[in-house]
Design a protein around this ligand. Sequence first.
Ligand SMILES: [Zn+2]
Length: 409
Amino acid sequence: MHDDVVPVDAGGVRDNRGMQTWRTTTRLPLAVDALAADEADPAVARLVAAFGGAPASVEEERLVGEPPRRSRRLRFASGGEILLQDGIVAAVTLHVVPVPGVPRGLDLTAWLGAGDDTLDVLRAALGTRRGFGGFGTPYFVLGEAYARCDYRDRRGWNESGNLLALTVSLEQPGRNHQPDTDFCPTCGDLLVRGPGDALDLEATVGTLAAAVADGRLREDPSWVPLSDVLPLATSGLMERVEAHLTCTTCATVLCLTLPRGGAPAVARTSLDRAQRRPMGPVPPVEEWGDEARVAAARDAMHYVDHEPGAWFLVEERGVLLFDARYVVGSMADDSALVRLDEGELAAYRAGGHDYLTALARRIHDGSPHREDSVFRGRDLYRGPDAERLRAEVSAAIRDHTWLAAQRRG
Ligand SMILES: [Zn+2]
């Protein structure tokens, strides 16, 4: 029943007293029963009938990912939507506001017995546990399934009129990839295919790079940069070359994988799952990069040393930058990036690694997130160049992090 993964409520009280009234007082069981069913299954026929019985007002189909799956989306004039992946129901969406093919929103009172669409009223109507899949994505647990609530701008669930849709699937929001993102207008259709629907790898790398350049996708610096993927794969030095690109609309992570001697693949997954994928360290650029790439690497930030779980030392054109982790509270931590000053440099030259561990402890105890911290003003992650520095530090330490150790297996 996924009890282990439902976060505590905002009030700090874990609600396990759900009465599961959704099973008897709402029409949601029609959606839940259709999940994972074949299109010909009677459960799907019952859902279609509940959506008005008529043929879908809009039917779209596309190939998604590589190897591709065939995703079909059926939208009904009543506000219902069924998403099929290779002929199996993967998600059912109840549109509360009009979308293409859905001229009016679904009647919440008829479907859920809820007088309005605020989270508290929905919760009372469904009588089941609630969770949050990251910030701004509340969901309800419906037995083995989840009903994700999409509110306008991912907020505003305390006032009525902000619910856009309710999507029912077997995938837990925040943890697992959401099947309805197959039709994300930003990332659902970025792969380029040639004759016989075969993936055109070079053209696909080009469209992905364009999407990174204009902000539709964000490149994860902890994996291989998109621009290095093809030369690294050609070199044959890595068993798997993998780049990760996150959709800025739906948060899907596109994992482009070039296995040595195998066909390229593009998996669509959640951040949580993406971080568990395997990859070895990237070999030195001199072994696979061209002259320009080697020259660029010389000017780029370099890893120097680290203490697991505590700090990283990097160098950029002769300047030593110190990334020290600190704890913000019981649930969160962050790190500060400090340029070592003259005194610290001298102490580092004398004391080496141990001095840096002591310095990291001072920064941690100095709570850089507090207004009165002596390290707050020195924290480059709070400065105007923060975004670039975070990305460059992440790239520099890519093969030395805890995550890197995990993906090496
Ligand atoms: Zn997307």
